[in-house]
Design a protein around this ligand. Sequence first.
Ligand SMILES: Cc1cc2nc3c(=O)[nH]c(=O)nc-3n(C[C@H](O)[C@H](O)[C@H](O)COP(=O)(O)OP(=O)(O)OC[C@H]3O[C@@H](n4cnc5c(N)ncnc54)[C@H](O)[C@@H]3O)c2cc1C
Length: 430
Amino acid sequence: MPALTSEWGQRRLVGHAGTVLRCVAMNPANSSDQQTVEEFRRDVHRFFHQTLPGIIDPLPEGSLERSRAWRNALFDHGLAAIDYPKLYGGRGLGQDYVSAYREESQGLVPREDMLFGIAVGMAMPTIRDLGSDELKERFLKPGLRGDEIWCQLYSEPGAGSDLASLRTTATLDGDQWVVTGQKVWTSGAERSSYAILLARTDADLPKHRGITMFILPMNQPGVEVRPLVQMTGKAGFNEVFLDQATVPRNWVVGEVNNGWRPAVALLGHERVQTGTGSVGGSVDQYSKEGRAPIPFGQLQQLATRAERAADPVVRQELARLHSGQQIMGWLGARATHPSIGKLWRTRQGRAAAELAGRLALDGSAAWRLDLSDPANRDADFFAFQMLNCRGMSLGGGTDEIQRNILGERVLGLPAEPGPARDTPFRDLLK
Ligand SMILES: Cc1cc2nc3c(=O)[nH]c(=O)nc-3n(C[C@H](O)[C@H](O)[C@H](O)COP(=O)(O)OP(=O)(O)OC[C@H]3O[C@@H](n4cnc5c(N)ncnc54)[C@H](O)[C@@H]3O)c2cc1C
C-alpha cells in the first residue's frame, strides 16, 4: 500500500470527536433505548466474551466463512460503524464510544478481520468523507458489514513510493470511464468485488493533478488478476492488468483530476490503521491472515512452552516487547502523527517475529522440520510470521518514507529536490 512522497499532505483528521453522553443501545433497531459510555462498554465486553465465540469458534481459522461471520456479527450488533451516520447503518456516536470500543476489543479482534482492512479501514472512511450521496448509499453498508471485499489499486511497477508518477489511464467514453494500465502488489485482489483505483485522467497537468480516484468493479472481462507468490509460500498480493476495464461515469470519489486529495486522505486512514490498530487476534490463534505483530501474550506462552521463560535474555526481550505493545496502544489513544505509530508497529512486528523464531525453531532461520506435522505447529506458524513481518515495513509506505514525512512535515526539514511542481506530467515522461 503505497507511497508517501514529500508531496503528501498530512493526515486529514476525521471522525466525529466530541463528548456524547448517551447513545442508542446495542440493537440499532431499538432506538428508544439510551446507553451511556459505560453501558456501551459492557455491551462490547459481552459481545467479545459471550456472543462472538459461539459464532466464530466452530468455523475454521483463516476461512472466508469465519471472516464474514465475524464482520457480519460485529455490524449486526451495532459495533462496526460506531461513528458513521445512522443514515448509512452507523450509530452516529462520538469519540468516547470509539475509544471505549478500542479498549474493550484490544487483543480480541480475530485476525481474519484483516480481510476487510482495505474496505473498513481505508475505502469506507474515504467514501464517507469525500464520496457523493449515491456512492455512500451504494457502498457503505455492505463494505462495513463485510458483504463486499475491497482492494486498493494504487501501486504500479514505476509508481510505489513516488505514487504520483502513476501511468494507468482513464478516459471518459459516453457514460463510462475506460481504464487501461497495470497495478502491482495489490493485496487481496483475487477475492475483491471492488477496488479503489487511482488513474491519470489528464497528462497535461502536473503530476499531482490530473489524477482521479474511481471505484472499479473487479469482476469484469477487462480486469485480470495474477497472484504473486511470496517467500511465505502464500500469494498475499497480485499483479492486476487493466485492459479497457470500465467504470460507471459517476463512480468518481471527489472530483475528476483532483484525485490526489482523496488519495492522500485514504493513505492517512491507512497509516492510522497500520500504525494504531489493535494487535488483532487472541493469543491462542494460529491464523496466518493479516500483518499485525504477534500479540505479546502469545510470545509469553511460547516462551513457557519452549521452557525459556526464566532465561534472563528472553525475559529482557519479552519486557521490551511488552513495553512496545503498550506504547502502540497509547499511541492509538492519542492523536499523534500516524507515521510514528506505523514505525513503532513495524519495529514491534519484526522484533516479535524474530524472538518467536528463536523460541520456536531450534536453528532459527536455518530450521529443518516437517511443517505439515501437527506436532510442529509452533514452528510452522512462527516461521511464517518471521517471513511475513518484513512486508509490514513496506506496505502503507516504507519506513524510509515515513521518516521523510516526519522530517519534512513535523520537523520542518527542507523538501527533497525534484522538478518544478508545475511541470506537466507528459513532460516528466520525456
Ligand atoms: C505487504 C504489502 C502489501 C501491499 N499492498 C498494496 C496494496 O494493496 N495496494 C497497493 O497499491 N500497493 C500495495 N503495496 C505496495 C507498497 O505500497 C509499495 O511496495 C511501497 O509503497 C513501496 O513502493 P515500491 O515497492 O515501488 O518501492 P520503491 O518506491 O521502488 O522503493 C524502493 C526502496 O527505495 C526507498 N525509497 C524510495 N523513495 C525514497 C525516498 N524518496 N527517500 C528515501 N528512500 C526512498 C524505499 O524506502 C525502498 O526501500 C503493498 C506492499 C507490501 C509489501
